[in-house]
Unconditional design. Sequence first.
Length: 368
Amino acid sequence: MLLSTLMSFQALAQSITQPPNGDNQKSSVTQMIGLVKVTIDYSSPDVHGPNGEDRTGKIWGEVVHYGFIDQGFGTSKAAPYRAGANENTTITFSHDVQIEGKDLKAGTYGLFLALAKEGSSQWIFSRNNSSWGSYFYDEKDDALRVSATLQPAPYTEWLSFHFEDRQPSSTVAYLQWENKRIGFKVSVPNIHQLYVNKMRDELKNSTGFDHRNWVFAAQYCVANNINLDEALIWADYGISGAFIGEENFLTVSTKALVLRALKRNTEANALMDQAIKLPTATVDDIYQYGRSLINEGKNAEALTVFKYNQQRFPKSTFVTTLGLARGYAATGDKKNAIKNWELVLKNIPDNRKQFKAQYEEELRKLKG
């Protein structure tokens, strides 16, 4: 009776917490690519083994073995390197991504490395993410394989993963150990759509109680040439949405921006004429609109806007004169352009003096 009771307790007992096997340290590294979270969990061995053995010069090609081998344990007779120590090294993607340009679904994958003596090595993303090491690796579980090249690197005692070349829609993950590293590029080709999806969800809750957030969402769509039809709806809601809409320069000019992106230029121009006449339009708002017209090659229209700005804000002499200088220069009226550039330099305020050399160069070009 006592024996059977003890055996029952043993069956229920959990293993006591102990230090990691050898001196391999559990590690984790996470990188965000916009809204996409990439996490690598691994155990980190060192060049000098747990028994003090110096494995310098024996890491790549021996500890990180070449190709696929029979490790003498488990079911795999052709196992790649486990890319770490102890349990599976895993990599988790919160959203669908591309690895070296190849599609990979969101999820957690076992991460393995097939190192080549010559030529390209291979990173392997396996659907088996819970085995111990690569002892139970099976090619049938492969979700993706991509090629990679071993590179020289500064000395690193502990095997480590890290991210470099971080861009708005991509990054490169590296395994680095001893004096070499090997990596793979992670990309999110639909990153703008992910942001739009999130904005759409957020506008349905308290975020949508502020008209500016509808405007910012619409502006994001224009800046990235995406979701323009819905952006127009968002811009409209920023102007006239129940309880929160406001007709001001920001909201009306944003709708004009969306209309222009949709190639509805006549409507956009009419709306901007309305926007610059609103009480909320500032001298700088109108000046920047004139600059945008010059950038579009609409020089005569820009000069008209700059003249209106001077009429409306006669006391804001520097900004309005600067606009006239640019407008006259753009339309080829050198005499009036020179006159206004000279006034600009004469009345330049302290907060614009860093641009003095630029303004002087504009005047020098006009004078020939």
